[in-house]
Design a protein around this ligand. Structure first.
Ligand code: AHR
Length: 502
């Protein structure tokens, strides 16, 4: 089976914002406690952060990290998480039915971000709190000094302002599960008021208004229209969230999950541009795809969910999905989808980073290891530089129950005009057929193949576990050749590939 595509650096989709390679750390399960932070661990540094995890996060190449939630943020009082540790209150986290000790808060997390070289992206609580508390947090974080709140930050050990640029105006406010869930009208109103007030304090903030929790939400589309109608002039981004899982053994549809992501992004762009037209605005709203991943949500409801008035564990083992090769192929394809929309998706956060639906797993007192999904993220983050390119793809199709007839192959290419380096990322969604792809390199004839990576396995359900942490990794794709501007690559069934050219 054959496919063809043309890569030409003259046809760019848009620049790739480094914020596309963001992630997400929520106070949820063992993401923070026993994940990034474990004071008793042999590799822990003076602040209690695991050095082995820091090393893995750095290698992953994460640009910005959203914090501290997620659903958690809708019940969070930020003041609890600053000041002397032994005075910080223990609180119920209603979202995840846990106890929050507040041992790690804004200062500690910001210090950890310096170690992993990532930018802080904060979410404010618009579920159970409002404009004033958001303003207080912004003043505490970003005002250099001279007021009670900024002085409190200085007294708490941080002289320089945190200077946080990216702020999420609440989290998943369209979801009935959200504490303080609101209608689009009600949320639009409070989001607009909060955004205006935050800008009065700090005009340099970049603000993300909540879009839909998935393209399957009953309010999807209308939510975006109503919320953006009320906030268009006040915000910079609208968020998208999407999680995918294989359901009822339908691997064919699961492998085509990125089709859903493509359509989701294009629908939100269309809706945002509709509001732009109605407003007669010259401003364009971008997408912050600030939660995306494979997540076996059905398993969470069936197995993980903590319940009971007398049962509020600290850092329970919840949402600890173990990812297969097939999951990682879908995951790599989701990254391709983000890159294909680099002109409008200018920020994204892989949800999440450690232990909780994460590319990195840890054992208390024990090792940290890479899940299958670690590889496509790390390689894409490293190789996808410069601009995403428009591709002309001609590929065979296959039928899926959920998405209809879709291409067997998906791909994107990137090119960095500064270094002359390019990269091509491809997936083969077929369960049975290898696909040979001929890539015509127009205007890139002089390049050579610098590196190739292939993620595939005879067992598409192979995983990395504590017992066998290196069962799955990438290997070079031996079936790649480049001759006279024609790159030929063979993609085995259910596989993800990356090719670095330069
Ligand atoms: O990432 C896990 C959860 O998924 C987040 O807390 C929430 O925003 C979403 O529903």
């Amino acid at each position: 089976t054959d496919a063809r595509l043309t890569v030409d650096p003259h046809f760019a989709i848009g620049p790739i914002n480094r914020r596309l390679f963001g992630s997400f750390v929520e106070h949820l399960g063992r993401c923070v406690y026993d994940g990034i932070y474990e004071p008793g661990h042999p590799s822990a540094d003076a602040e209690g952060f695991r050095q082995d995890v820091i090393d893995l996060v750095k290698e992953l190449g994460v640009s910005a990290i959203r914090y501290p939630g997620g659903n958690f943020v809708s019940g969070f009082r930020w003041e609890d998480s600053v000041g002397p540790k032994d005075e910080r209150p223990r609180r119920l986290d209603l979202a995840w039915h846990s106890t929050e000790t507040n041992e790690v808060g804004l200062h500690e997390f910001s210090s950890w971000l310096e170690k992993v070289d990532s930018e802080l992206m904060l979410a404010v609580n618009l579920g159970t709190r409002g404009v004033l508390e958001a303003l207080d947090l912004l003043e505490y974080a970003n005002l250099p000094g001279g007021t009670t709140l900024s002085q409190r930050r200085i007294d708490n050990g941080r002289t320089d302002a945190f200077g946080v640029k990216m702020w999420c105006l609440g989290n998943e406010m369209d979801g009935p599960w959200q504490l303080g869930h609101r209608s689009a009208e009600d949320y639009g109103k409070i989001a607009s008021q909060t955004a205006k007030a935050m800008r009065q304090l700090d005009p340099d903030v970049e603000l993300v208004v909540c879009g839909s929790s998935s393209a399957q939400m009953p309010t999807f589309g209308e939510w975006e229209r109503v919320v953006l109608t009320q906030t268009y002039d006040d915000v910079d981004y609208i968020s998208c969230h999407a999680y995918y899982e294989e359901k009822d053994g339908d691997l064919d549809s699961f492998l085509a999950s990125a089709v859903n992501m493509d359509r989701f992004i294009e629908s939100v762009v269309a809706t945002a541009d509709h509001v732009k037209a109605v407003n007669g605005s010259s401003k364009t709203i971008d997408i912050s795809f600030d939660e995306w991943n494979v997540w076996y949500l059905d398993r969470y409801h069936a197995v993980d969910k903590v319940e009971g008035i007398d049962n509020w564990p600290i850092a329970p083992r919840i949402l600890e999905d173990v990812y297969s090769v097939a999951d990682a192929v879908v995951f790599g394809n989701l990254m391709i989808s983000l890159l294909k929309h680099a002109d409008r998706v200018t920020s994204a956060s892989l949800a999440q980073l450690v232990n909780v639906i994460a590319p990195i797993m840890t054992e208390p007192g024990g090792p940290a290891w890479k899940q299958t999904t670690y590889f496509p993220f790390a390689i894409t983050s490293r190789l996808a530089r410069g601009r995403a390119l428009e591709l002309k793809l001609d590929a065979p199709t296959y039928g899926t129950k959920i998405y209809g007839e879709v291409p067997l192959v998906d791909a994107v290419a990137t090119h960095d005009p500064e270094t002359g380096e390019a990269a091509v990322f491809l997936v083969n969604r077929s369960q049975t057929e290898a696909v040979t792809v001929s890539v015509e390199l127009v205007g890139l004839e002089a390049v050579s193949v610098r590196e190739t990576h292939l993620l595939a396995d005879d067992d598409v359900y192979a995983k990395n576990t504590l017992a066998e942490p290196e069962r799955v990794s990438t290997r070079p794709n031996e079936q790649v050749s480049l001759e006279g501007g024609l790159l030929t690559v063979t993609l085995p069934p259910v596989s993800w590939s990356a090719i670095g050219l330069g």
